[in-house]
Write a protein that binds this ligand. Sequence first.
Ligand code: M6R
Length: 367
Amino acid sequence: EKGGYEHFMLKEIFEQPKSIHDTMRGRLLVDEGVIKMAGIWDHVEKFKNANRIIIIACGTSWHAGLIGEYLIEEYARIPVEVEYASEFRYRNPIITDKDVVIAISQSGETADTMAALKLAKEKGAFIYGICNVVDSSIARITDAGSYTHAGPEIGVASTKAFTAQLTILTLIAFKLGKHNGNLGNADFMSLIAELDAIPKKIEDVLSSTHELVQNIAKDFVGVQNFLYLGRGYNYPAALEGALKLKEISYIHAEGYPAAEMKHGPIALIDENMPIVIIAPKKGHYDKIVSNVQEIKARKGKVIAVVNRGDQQVSEMADYVIEIPETSECFSPIVASVPLQLLAYYIAVYRGANVDQPRNLAKSVTVE
Ligand code: M6R
């Protein structure tokens, strides 16, 4: 059932062109210039008039939520907050019936997310679910929602569910932005055409980076720490890259917004510290160039994820992983793929049980 792959995780990484496509199918109608999402459309006034949107999730789904915040604020100009479910539920949060709460959960069974939603519901908020497992507990208590059609995710480390969550959040942001007038028609049309082409770009990334990343992984099997850096949309992508690595390889890894480095983590950098840096052309590129200079001045080992044809960062980096160029908002989807592969191969070479890492469960149904 692993379809010829050694692990479910690798199979699921390779399924992403399809899972993203399936998540858009019937929703993204490029020729008609329409995004169809009944869950959003039936309640569009709720979203339009919301004081704010609060996104609640845990783990990888929380990282997707952070990217959702960038998307929804940029394109729909609705204020968004993102909270860990476990923090939200225990701090007597201020919620009213003018708030919209979006829960993101692959399994739809995460205990903290479920409890946070119940609380938000009691306080009168409108509750929207983004779940992968159909008819799961969270999907059932929400007022409306959109399923990610990623198919069953077996590997404990979430991969294809994450990129499917990003796909849904992108669709929601574009749809709301178009509806409330913050996203003009020409921009909307070009963004949806670009979104439609993302599965092809993921296919391209999988075939062009698979072997390369496998080789890079060999050089890092023995390290104890990793830093992951990104800015803007790719700051949460850095957090997610680091989480993937720690979960399955048991190497300590931290994600940071690149500019925060000088406020602390730069003290860690020496010739033994590998730093993954996400540096696409669109998205504060010049700032990232100076971050890489700061790292190289301290002899850190840079693994850079850049766009094809990149020069400035590539010249300084020790390892270069090229991905196709996209608008900034799509770069976390594309950049996440080689980071998933990197975590996967480092873990495999360390002999770890990739699909079932120690101490972790696929759905965390306890607090
Ligand atoms: O099923 P959920 O999306 O609610 O799960 C949330 C987290 O437990 C989950 O994302 C966890 O962090 C994964 N193991 C990440 O790979």
